[in-house]
Ligand binder design. Structure first.
Ligand code: FES
Length: 151
């Protein structure tokens, strides 16, 4: 149940757009799930904690998407693997100081929140996904891609 009384007019409009949008699931952030009280997708085990060396990333297919998981400063972070520029694998990029540098044209993205670090005021960012560590399992929550068009 969404409590619209605390939402601004902009939020209400944005939520209406999100509800109708076919691309909704690819643009929702963890913050949106909490703010709009949308049920989180299930966590899916994708790797073991030893699979990703410190300061590196690996790519995993999850619910029809390629997800890049990075191990940075003792924490795991998940973002879309496809670079928003031309689709290179971000997991294959260089990781330094919480940023991944795309291997094709060197655009940089924050592995924590997906911000495009070359132009942080831009709306361009890569999607992020919640990560959960249980024992030595790394699980990521990615909403399944809907292949049916909206009506
Ligand atoms: S494909 Fe990533 S910067 Fe061009």
């Amino acid at each position: 149940m969404i409590q619209t009384s605390i939402l601004s007019r902009f939020d209400t409009f944005r939520l209406a757009v999100l509800r109708r949008s076919r691309i909704r699931d690819s643009i929702l952030s963890r913050h949106d799930y909490q703010r709009f009280k949308i049920p989180m997708p299930d966590f899916i085990n994708v790797a073991k904690t030893g699979d990703i060396p410190p300061g590196e990333g690996r790519t995993y297919p999850v619910e029809g998407r390629m997800i890049a998981i990075f191990f940075v400063d003792g924490e795991y972070f998940a973002i879309d693997d496809a670079c928003p520029h031309m689709g290179a694998s971000l997991a294959a990029g260089w990781v330094d100081d919480g940023a991944v540098t795309c291997p094709w044209h060197a655009w940089r993205f924050c592995v924590k929140d997906g911000t495009w670090l070359d132009n942080p005021k831009s709306n361009l960012k890569t999607d992020t996904y919640p990560i959960r560590i249980e024992g030595d399992d790394i699980a990521v929550a990615v909403k399944k891609q809907d292949s049916t068009p909206d009506t």
